[in-house]
Design a protein around this ligand. Structure first.
Ligand SMILES: [Zn+2]
Length: 650
């Protein structure tokens, strides 16, 4: 009180004690933008409505790579020329290059154990035609773990380009290496993270040079590739991009069967058991000195990778992907699968039919698959399931459910992050969580009655019950090692968040916002805020409370029916929100005749700080059952308090 004088009575009149307050609850505070995002909005590269800003830019590169694989020694020798286009408004005095293969170098920092090789040996670096020395000051290059810094002899100004020449060699790691490697017999290689790749320079972070430590995945700029791969004749290669010299590489028999597959009508066994065997050249042509060079081209992809085997069989078919070029006619893509004969026991003889099915499903659920081909290949066990543009590597024992599951998951990555190029290293949920959700949609469509969303929800809840959950908004390498925290947050909790978001917005608004997010950021780099802002715009209101609760915190949801009592001719139903995560309460009230009424307590009740809400139902005698969220739309941690059933009539 200001300017007055309080006059206190000598004795206070007696008053009734106030009712015991409900326990305090946190009310989610808003999602705060990072400084980098606010600056990007100011500069016009991003917006607060979720679309890219009018001044959005990103870098671009053109790679020409010549490489050979010597299977007998597991050696890869490579040489590349890269033209790097500076589309940023900044002058660059140095460029950074990812040397991901150095994850296996003896001295590399790692968050998980891997086989050790010599890492990547850099044999030559030249910038603008000028050979550079390895040194720490002045023009030259310096290698630190999985990163190389090239200090340029001449600064790279905006709109200018830079030519780099790099030569390198490395030994392919054995099986046990994450996402790549060779099998014990040396008859199969998955070659990934295998060439010096320009690091991402973007409008939010500048150079994104978080090292590759093994767990967290990748962030890559889009580029064009021309890649020439030399291997012994008879070896088959599955790769990103399109083969441009089929006539030179493939035998006439192989080409004829491929042409048959492209005409449609089912799976064609392009290379069969009888075409294989030591020294057989029924699959490929004979090469000069026994070496064949496969020439591939890929445009506007975030990476180029390949796998090869002397034992691969090859199945092919086509998938119908919908209208991708706007001429109102369905388009197709070629589907290839490669596997060794022994992988038949792991269901690989079904792989081409499965791959066609998943490409078609995802094309209709999201938007048409954009490329001319999609390849799934059987790789070393430690590939487990891994995605590269137009290519997946799948290893290890499988049954039909497991093979379909991993094919639909890895193929779903062709959308996130291959087309929608988010930063996986910092925000794994932006690709893995969306992919887990899309995988669930595919599995539920294929295996009728199979509830893949439930598996994710229960996996998340099981960890949440142990109090060792870690929030989603965290770089992938910063989760506790040796625990499920990273996987649950990035995959299963995020998938569950998408299911909850769909229930919250309704399927139509959700799907429209989901596709809008993807199509807005096609071939671009969306940040988490671009995702949040797109859904906020589509919903027509701020969903900060939802993002804050499920992305930034480890709060859990526990809605409960606290009491059901007759009151003044009605039935008073008291709902308590016992957890920390606020969500609307979806009630189903079943009457004795079987009719079901739906009621909803809006989330605003909890957002205003309440813990308890009472609603009054008419005709109390006819209420047979009350249930919170019978559809499992939201991940309630304790469902034992979600149901009330009327006792026997008196
Ligand atoms: Zn994945």
């Amino acid at each position: 009180m200001i300017g007055g004088c309080a006059r206190w009575p000598l004795r206070r009149p007696p008053v009734a004690p106030p009712p015991a307050p409900a326990p305090a609850r946190p009310v989610p505070y808003p999602v705060f933008e990072t400084h980098a995002f606010a600056r990007a909005v100011e500069r016009g590269t991003r917006t607060r409505t979720g679309e890219p800003g009018p001044k959005y830019w990103q870098q671009f590169a053109r790679y020409r790579i010549d490489a050979e694989l010597v299977p007998a020694t597991s050696l890869v020798n490579g040489r590349e020329t890269v033209r790097y286009f500076n589309r940023s408004p900044d002058t660059l005095r140095a460029v950074w290059i990812y040397l991901n293969q150095n994850l296996f170098a003896p001295t590399a920092a790692r968050v998980e154990s891997t086989p050790v090789t010599g890492g990547m040996e850099i044999l030559r670096v030249a910038a603008g035609g000028q050979a550079l020395a390895r040194r720490d000051t002045g023009a030259g290059y310096a290698v630190n773990g999985t990163l190389m810094r090239v200090s340029l002899p001449r600064a790279l100004t905006p709109s200018d380009s830079l030519d780099l020449d790099i030569a390198w060699a490395f030994q392919v790691p054995p099986d046990g290496a994450p996402r790549e490697g060779t099998t014990r017999g040396g008859d199969l290689f998955m070659i990934a993270y295998w060439y010096p790749q320009l690091a991402v320079y973007d409008d939010l972070t500048g150079w994104q040079i978080d090292p590759y430590l093994g767990t967290a995945e990748f962030y890559m700029d889009y580029a064009d590739y021309e890649v020439n791969l030399s291997l012994p004749q008879g070896w088959l290669v599955g790769a990103t991009g399109e083969l441009t010299n089929a006539a030179e590489v493939l035998s006439s028999q192989t080409r004829a069967r491929l042409a048959e597959a492209r005409r449609g009508g089912g799976v064609v066994h392009v290379v069969r058991d009888e075409d294989r065997g030591a020294g057989s050249t029924r699959a490929t042509n004979t090469g000069f000195d026994g070496v064949v060079t496969w020439r591939f081209r890929a445009t506007n992809v975030r990476d180029f990778d390949w796998g090869a085997s002397s034992k691969f069989l090859w199945d092919a078919t086509i998938a119908v992907v919908g209208d991708r070029d706007g001429d109102h006619k369905p388009d197709t893509t070629v589907v290839n699968t490669f596997y060794r004969p022994e992988a038949r026991r792991w269901a690989w003889d079904k792989s081409a039919a499965y791959e066609r099915n998943v490409v078609e499903f995802l094309s209709s659920y999201l938007w048409p698959y954009p490329w001319q081909q999609m390849t799934a290949l059987e790789g070393p066990v430690s590939c487990s399931g891994m995605e590269y543009p137009m290519l997946t590597c799948i290893g290890g024992p499988r049954d039909t459910l497991s093979l379909y599951s991993v094919q639909v998951h890895e193929t779903a990555h062709m959308w996130f992050p291959m087309q929608v190029g988010s930063d996986e290293r910092r925000y794994a949920w932006q690709d893995e969580g969306l992919t887990r959700f899309n995988q669930a949609q595919g599995m539920q469509a294929f295996f009728k009655g199979y509830d893949r969303e439930r598996i994710s929800r229960e996996a998340y809840l099981a960890l949440a019950r142990t109090d060792s959950e870690v929030a989603l908004m965290r770089p992938g390498d910063q989760y506790p090692v040796g625990t499920p925290a990273y996987g649950i947050a990035s995959y299963d909790k995020m998938s569950t968040n998408m299911s909850a978001l769909r229930a919250l917005l309704g399927n139509d608004t959700f799907m429209s916002a989901y596709r809008t997010y993807g199509l807005r950021w096609l071939w671009k780099h969306p940040s988490p805020y671009d995702f949040f802002n797109t859904f906020d715009t589509a919903a027509g209101h701020d969903l900060s409370w939802f993002w804050r609760t499920w992305w930034y915190e480890t709060w859990t949801l526990d809605q409960a029916i606290a009491s059901v009592t007759p009151l003044n001719g009605k039935l008073a139903v008291t709902i308590e929100d016992r957890g920390l995560a606020p969500m609307p309460v979806r009630l189903a009230i079943t009457r004795s005749g079987g009719a079901v009424e739906r009621r909803e307590i809006p989330v605003d009740v909890w957002l205003s700080g309440a813990r308890r809400y009472t609603l009054a139902l008419d005709a109390p005698a006819t209420v047979a059952k009350i249930e919170i969220d019978p559809e499992n739309a939201f991940p309630d941690i304790d469902r034992s308090n979600n149901r009330w059933v009327a006792g026997p009539a008196k």
